[in-house]
Design a protein around this ligand. Sequence first.
Ligand code: SAM
Length: 306
Amino acid sequence: MQDQQQQHQQQQTLLGEPSETTGTETGTETGLVPWKYCNVYANNRSPERLFVFLGHSIFIQQRLDEEVTIDQNTGNVVWDGAYLMARYLETWVKDLQGKTCLELGAGTGLVSIVAWLLGASHVLATDLAGPHIEHVEKNTSFNTKRIASERRQALQEAQIFAHDSTASIMRRRAIQRKRDRLQTIELKSQDLRVAPLDWTSPTLPEGTPFQGPFSYIFCSEILYLPQLHRALLKTLTKFADNHTIVILLWKKRGLGEERFFEIVSKSKASLGWHVEFLDNKRVLDSEFEDQPYGIARMTRIGNTPI
Ligand SMILES: C[S@@+](CC[C@H](N)C(=O)[O-])C[C@H]1O[C@@H](n2cnc3c(N)ncnc32)[C@H](O)[C@@H]1O
């Protein structure tokens, strides 16, 4: 009974988060509720959410038809952590172009889409088999196909107008602005793939085009289940080599998230991981600076970044 109560409390702790920015708290329902502006993406309970990265719109479908509990359907919605991780990549990780990336527990796939947008050459978004990975597939394929075609069109227009002496200066400037906004790297939708991967038995299906080791591994909001920490560490170790950088981002919900790093430090000698905790106030979106987020980079000891 006590266990049940504890579990219920844990669920409340976890599930309390998405409602932080619901209509009530943003003051859209009644003047009696103090207006609280927490997140520009305050539409977090709508079936589709819009995010803008590098001048491109990313539309993410959320599955709101199923109950989200601590151990089921958590990937149906975008966690603020995924948004923060994606912003972190856009702002601070300058060398993603041409790199290989793996996302664990991708949920809606937002982080993988942004890594792909930043020019990574192979991105593999993974989650549990079945509806979980189908959800990742739906969001990633919809966005990568649309964005790749927007890019192609922007590049073609830029080329045509660069040589068109009859185009007005205004028109040329507008095309130039669009080109700058969308950047000029060509993107191919097939460079982002999805595959089922369960940390308790971390084997990618045969035929997965890229099996690792990966240059980067992203883990957003996946430390809240301490019973999976050992399996997670084993998975990281399997897909990393001495060049890999693992980026982890988590909210401190009191569910034992940081015990993961105790396991890492205890197994240091055998697995050889080094952990660097980053200053979240410095590297995360300033809107979230008062919230208890943790962000860390893990590398193998003797890591030689490329
Ligand atoms: C809280 S969600 C975070 C989703 C996404 N990273 C985000 O930040 O929006 C946790 C994710 O881990 C996945 N997950 C849970 N247990 C897993 C396991 N054993 N193996 C692989 N993925 C798992 C869930 O399906 C879910 O997508």
